[in-house]
Ligand binder design. Structure first.
Ligand code: FUC
Length: 854
């Protein structure tokens, strides 16, 4: 190990010294002058299912591999028989104000923790017999074709290595070339951090068979940390196949490695599969045969040439990626630096807007690489994880993180990448109906709590059958994820206008989530309002008379999610002309939902009562759900609530964890304060050194490979920030398309092409001197368009008129009325008034409309 480390250090040092002469590359590349020696320097590839982190080593190349169906454990519903009695007890205590006792009793409701997302294997290429230094080292990840490349010169030979993972062909392909004949010598091998064995496979191939643990502990003090069954027992089996092909020279397959000598070109294909056979089946007893799947994929890939695989991969990827282009005039000289140095230099010269557009497109790249139709939804690390015990299990944390992962799907024109989340919801609805019945005695609809996994776990986590002092009802007591997820279905419909989706997929799920919540609500005997009890404001605590409590009733977030969902369901049922009685019930309950409150400081009240603390800097600000991603709080329709939300944001401060700051970018964008959004956004470009201890790292920031730092790495910050930058440039939730609603003053000149807005519109915007210079709106389906701009504009192709009345386009309809009580005597903080011009014009299906200033 030490020898290996010394070797890496030696190679890195010699590379750093000799790497001055390689030309810089375009702005859509992450590129470096040295190989990665730590995971957060390696570059991610993926096709939704298979993920690889490419290290780019010279003597030793490592591809750290994942399969997004490889998790610990097996289906484990973890529901609590006798739950309804526990619930009644908790409710009684809470209505009596006995929050402490309620918290203790709630713990009986907690089921097991989620399963862990696991690393699959490593592919190793031992490239040289001697540790000779190289020169002209260069590696990159090119976002225009999703190919990772390594170039270097050694002993006068120029080597090139390319790697990609193909979605259409379900294969990872690596090609090594040299500019001189017979120059490539290497050994190929496979290992895993899990239980595994390697054998020869056919002609010049390797086969790694692996087994995932049936249990990975969640707490350090648990006796057994990683528990394996035998090969035929419980736990997911997996397989990795490698095939090595060479032109020139010779290939010799061994038992556990393959040796190539004196080749001109080497091509490696890798396929992988697991026994995962659905969320409700044992991956051991009832698992699929991973060998059959990996073999079939390998045979199909082998029948294609590398060049064909490569060009099919590129066209598949570009079909999605090329929909959006983004440019901001960049005056910074740092644009020519390697990406890690560029990031380090950002704080000193924050004018490097090209780094921001690169980061933006990297967010879209990650979504395409990690979430494709047919794959699992992205987890806390997308699909990339190197730990058997990853932070927070690399699971689905559903009280913000999983939702944030999908905030960019619609507006950055990657609608089909949203699909895995919808597929997952179908599974959650099955398990969640059982949890609703067993835990709460609710026989209609489905529920999800704050963690889930590949087994579509829906019960509250926290440790079953034993008391875990680290398990907190402030996170476990939160049955709201089904409701929140369901708002994604409605958003997908608003962006696409896809009625078949609304009818067949969305509405049944949305209705089920609403049914559960309808039964979950109880009448507060004191106020007569419908409230949630028990309730938390995710992970935060309320302080009542100097004492902190975890569980109470009617948190603003609960009520906001329910209000948003009921509104969506009512609109969906009207659109489909179904369920009139059910919508009548929703309408009457909605009228008596516990409303928003503006508290004593002029803040948006987080809790049932005005217990908010100005010095509370908790990373979660879930009570602002109505401002974003919800649409209940807007500057134009509820300016007082918007002011209260702004006050809450000011109290909490800007600096927090990566995802929390990403959420704040979106909130400030919704408050049309581009400069404040921007100042938080620029904090995302704090260089985080992955070699430092987590405790000494700052709040939020970015690793050398542009992965977001919570810290540690968590992918939600990447996705949430890309979504937030989009929200700064285009919004469509207030009843119209608003161009440049929160353009920061430093982004003086720029252009973004191909964003999507509600109403099934595609929008391109250019600006100069901070003012709109031109926009083009493409109407995919046609229909009325309402447009808001900060300066008067005209439409070149058709007549437009000043907007008036209700727009005849339901996809663009605003939220509606938002009830609230204002209990402060203080003056509210000032918010940006909605100024500008609003016009209506008619669009035809497939029509293109040019907007120019008057
Ligand atoms: C929630 C957050 C943490 C972290 C974890 C995965 O618990 O509060 O910050 O993101 O999820």
């Amino acid at each position: 190990m030490i020898r290996h480390l010394l070797f890496v250090l030696f190679v890195s040092a010699s590379i750093a010294m000799s790497a001055q002469s390689v030309p810089s590359s375009g702005n859509l590349k992450l590129w470096y002058r040295a190989p990665a020696s730590i995971w957060e320097e390696a570059l991610p590839l993926g096709n939704g299912k298979t993920g690889a982190m490419v290290f780019g080593g010279v003597g030793t190349e490592r591809f750290q591999l994942n399969d997004n169906t490889l998790w610990s454990g097996a289906p484990d519903p973890g529901n609590t028989p006798g739950g309804p009695a526990i619930l009644q007890h908790v409710r009684k205590l809470i209505f009596a104000g006995k929050y402490d006792s309620a918290t203790t009793v709630w713990k009986k409701m907690q089921g097991p923790y989620s399963a862990r997302y696991l690393p699959m294997a490593d592919l190793w290429l031992k490239l040289t017999a001697t540790d000779t230094a190289s020169s002209d080292y260069y590696r990159d990840l090119n976002l225009t074709d999703a190919i990772a490349t390594v170039n270097y010169t050694m002993d006068g030979v120029k080597y090139t290595r390319e790697a990609f993972i193909s979605y259409p062909d379900k294969v990872m392909a690596v090609r090594i070339t040299a500019d001189k004949k017979n120059a490539i010598d290497l050994a190929v091998s496979l290992t895993s951090k899990l239980k595994y064995r390697v054998s020869a496979s056919g002609n010049n191939g390797l086969r790694l068979e692996g087994k995932a643990p049936k249990y990975v502990a969640n707490r350090a003090y648990e006796k057994k940390q990683v528990v394996y069954d035998d090969w035929n027992g419980e736990g997911t089996n997996f397989e990795v196949l490698v095939k090595v092909m060479a032109e020139g020279g010779s290939v010799k397959g061994g038992k556990d490695n393959i040796n190539v000598s004196k080749a001109n070109t080497v091509t490696i294909y890798l396929t992988n599969a697991t026994s995962f056979n659905g969320f409700d089946k044992s991956p051991g007893k009832d698992g699929k045969d991973p060998h059959a799947e990996a073999t079939a994929n390998m045979q199909r890939a082998e029948s294609k040439s590398f060049d064909n695989l490569r060009s099919d991969h590129i066209s598949d990827y570009q079909h999605l990626f090329d929909r959006v282009s983004f440019k901001i005039d960049n005056k910074s000289e740092n644009a020519t630096l390697p990406t890690d140095q560029r990031l380090k230099a950002f704080t000193g010269d924050p004018r490097d807007y090209g780094l921001q557009t690169l980061y933006y497109q990297f967010g879209r790249y990650l979504m395409i690489a990690a979430s494709r139709p047919g794959s699992r939804p992205t987890n806390l690390q997308g699909i990339w994880n190197d730990h058997v015990q990853p932070p927070w299990g690399s699971n689905y944390t559903t009280n913000i993180n999983t939702e944030m992962n999908y905030w960019l799907a619609e507006n950055t024109n990657l609608s089909e990448c949203h699909q895995p989340l919808f597929d997952f919801m179908k599974e959650l609805a099955v398990n969640g109906a059982v949890t609703a019945r067993v835990n709460y005695g609710i026989t209609e609809g489905w529920v999800v709590h704050h963690n889930s996994d590949i087994w579509a776990k829906t019960s509250p986590p926290g440790g079953q059958g034993w008391v875990d002092p680290g398990a907190h009802p402030r996170w476990s007591c939160w049955p709201m994820a089904g409701g929140w997820f369901s708002t994604h279905l409605w958003e997908h419909y608003l962006y696409t206008g896809d009625k078949a989706f609304l009818k067949g997929t969305a509405y049944p799920l949305m209705k089920g989530a609403a049914q559960f919540l309808l039964h979950w609500l109880v009448k507060d005997p004191a106020t007569g309002y419908w409230v949630t009890n028990p309730s938390t404001s995710p992970e935060n605590t309320m302080k009542v008379n100097g004492k902190e409590y975890e569980v109470g009733m009617a948190s603003t977030m609960d009520m906001s999610i329910i209000r948003e969902l009921f509104t969506d369901v009512i609109k969906a049922a009207n659109t489909l002309h179904v369920d009139a009685d059910f919508t009548d019930t929703l309408i009457s309950v909605k009228e008596k939902l516990y409303p928003f409150h503006i508290g004593q400081y002029g803040q948006l009240q987080e809790w049932f009562k005005d217990w908010d603390r100005p010095d509370d800097h908790h990373r979660h600000l879930s009570h602002l759900f109505g401002l974003y991603p919800g649409s209940q709080i807007t500057l134009s329709r509820t300016p007082e609530l918007a002011a209260a939300a702004k006050k809450s944001l000011i109290f909490r401060g800007d600096v927090s964890t990566g995802w929390s700051m990403a959420w704040k970018v979106n909130w400030w964008a919704r408050l049309h304060d581009g400069d404040h959004a921007y100042s938080i956004l620029s904090d995302a470009f704090n260089y985080i050194n992955p070699r430092e201890k987590r405790e000494t790292m700052g709040g939020g920031g970015t690793y050398p490979n542009l992965f977001d730092a919570h810290p540690p790495f968590q992918i939600d910050g990447n996705f949430g920030t890309t979504a937030g930058m989009t929200e700064m440039l285009l919004q469509s939730h207030e009843g119209y398309l608003f161009l440049l609603p929160a353009l920061p003053s430093v982004w003086k000149k720029g252009r973004i092409k191909g964003l999507r807005a509600r109403g099934d519109f595609e929008v391109s915007i250019s600006w100069e001197d901070n003012r709109l210079s031109k926009a083009v709106i493409y109407a995919e389906k046609g229909g009325m368009c309402r447009l808001h701009t900060l300066q008067p504009v005209k439409v070149l192709e058709v007549a437009s008129k000043q907007a008036s009345g209700v727009l005849n386009n339901l996809l663009l309809a605003p939220y509606g009325l938002t009830p609230y009580d204002n209990n402060t005597e203080k003056e509210l903080v000032k918010v940006n008034e909605t100024i500008g011009y609003t016009i209506d014009f008619k669009t035809e299906k497939g029509g293109r409309y040019t907007i120019v200033p008057l």
